[in-house]
Design a protein around this ligand. Structure first.
Ligand SMILES: Cc1cc2nc3c(=O)[nH]c(=O)nc-3n(C[C@H](O)[C@H](O)[C@H](O)COP(=O)(O)OP(=O)(O)OC[C@H]3O[C@@H](n4cnc5c(N)ncnc54)[C@H](O)[C@@H]3O)c2cc1C
Length: 386
């Protein structure tokens, strides 16, 4: 959506395919970090986005029965947006769609699935086959951008192989009601009795991620909803009877935690960005922000080339070049977070950060580095011609 918007506002003709008939993405990528707000601010869209219902998270806190640790604090960061905005993705996308739709050269096709790639005699990608209900047609174009997410069909159709780095755990997302007097500006991790929960503050509810060893969901179901409720109560004691709002497993959404990366994100006529190029684990909630940064660099490099009908393989390589290192860096940091948080918490009697991490977090010039990398990215991206 962001790439389509950035290209459309410069006069490039864009058709955005969405296989669903709306933009409803419950539980998906609601964590809008300062990096994205700064980008939106460059084109005058941050204020409008911040008028959408959202909550503001200023720190990520680790709570165990014996201690409270504060490894990530956004409020000291030098940015206009020293917080994480929890913004339901549906309203965020609809806001962007409203702006993009002002350009007559932009069109979104809902309920339209890319089912195959069209190639010319030299094997260059020259379009996609689209399925709309029972109709199929070919949409020919100068460049296909695959931004089709973690299950990217285009990645598969193009024959790209990913390096899998998935951690050995999955997460069940659950929603429980907020109450008057609940703390407002924090999110975090709760760890007790070998269990780990992620707690996110959404505008209207608490979102809980119950982390469990990969592949154990069938066991969780078998144990029953009562046991899940009681695990949540033990891990986050102040949830008390709020967990009664979880009626059955229909209220529980499982996210299979995946992390992978392609070595090459392009071929003639085709570019992959976002999760299609690199599936991000949920650690730090950076997934949408990295997908957006890819979109911005793609627009930076390709807008004029598209207008001149002269996109070359080296332009596509340049997009990957700009985004590859930050992606590798953040994925390494995410793997470290998963190992040192989830890995140490699951099944353990008590949790503490490694001694070295605790000591480093006491040093003022070092303590804000984790928050800075998560909020602003290892290599902040800017729109070059806002
Ligand atoms: C349950 C869950 C929770 C998550 N929580 C967070 C979070 O809190 N914070 C965060 O930053 N990240 C989170 N992520 C990751 C985040 O959602 C992704 O990193 C981010 O959305 C990637 O953006 P994208 O544009 O690459 O892909 P997506 O947002 O996945 O968008 C891909 C789009 O392409 C459409 N599509 C797919 N295939 C086709 C096709 N063949 N034809 C047409 N359309 C197609 C899909 O319907 C979808 O709308 C979460 C992911 C999941 C699964």
């Amino acid at each position: 959506m962001i790439l389509a918007l950035l290209l459309a506002r410069k006069g490039v003709t864009v058709k955005l395919l969405e296989m669903h008939s709306d933009l409803d993405r419950d539980f998906r990528g609601d964590t809008v970090h300062a990096s994205t707000l700064e980008i939106l601010d460059q084109i005058g869209l941050a204020d409008g986005a911040l008028e959408l219902p959202h909550s503001r998270i200023q720190e990520m806190v680790i709570t165990t029965p014996t201690r409270v640790l504060r490894p990530i604090t956004f409020k000291r960061l030098k940015t206009k947006y020293p917080y994480l905005a929890m913004m339901p993705q549906e309203s965020f996308l609809n806001y962007l769609l409203g702006i993009a739709s002002r350009y007559t050269n932009f069109e979104i096709l809902f309920a339209s699935t890319a089912t195959d790639l069209c190639r010319d005699t030299k094997n260059k990608v020259v379009g996609v086959e689209v399925k709309q209900g029972s109709t199929k047609f070919n949409l020919m174009c100068q460049l296909v951008v695959a931004a089709d997410g973690r299950f990217s069909k285009i990645r598969r159709m193009a024959g790209f192989q990913a390096r899998d780095q998935s951690p050995a755990m999955d997460v069940a997302w659950i929603r429980v009601p907020k109450r008057e007097g609940d703390q407002d500006s924090f999110a975090g991790f709760y760890m007790a009795n070998g269990k780990l929960c992620i707690l996110l503050n959404r505008p209207d509810t608490w979102q809980i991620g119950y982390v469990f060893p990969k592949g154990n969901f069938a066991q969780l179901r078998e144990n029953g909803i009562e046991q899940l409720r009681s695990s949540l109560q033990q891990t986050i004691p102040w949830m008390d009877d709020r967990v009664l709002a979880i009626n059955d497993f229909k209220d529980v959404r499982v996210l299979k935690i995946k992390a992978d990366r392609l070595d090459k994100w392009y071929s003639e006529g085709l570019l992959l960005i976002g999760d299609a190029a690199h599936v991000m684990s949920p650690a730090g909630g950076v997934g949408i922000n990295f997908a957006i940064a890819d979109a911005v660099e793609a627009a930076n490099v390709l807008t004029n080339r598209l207008l001149q009908n002269s996109v070359s393989l080296s332009d596509l390589a340049e997009v990957q070049n700009r985004r590859f290192k930050p992606t590798v860096t953040i994925q390494k940091i995410q793997a470290m977070m998963m190992k040192n948080l989830a890995g140490r918490a699951l099944g353990a009697k008590d949790f503490n950060l490694p001694l070295l991490a605790r000591l480093l977090l006491l040093i003022p010039i070092i303590r804000d580095i984790p928050a800075k990398i998560i909020a602003l990215g290892p290599n902040p991206t800017r729109i070059e011609d806002p």
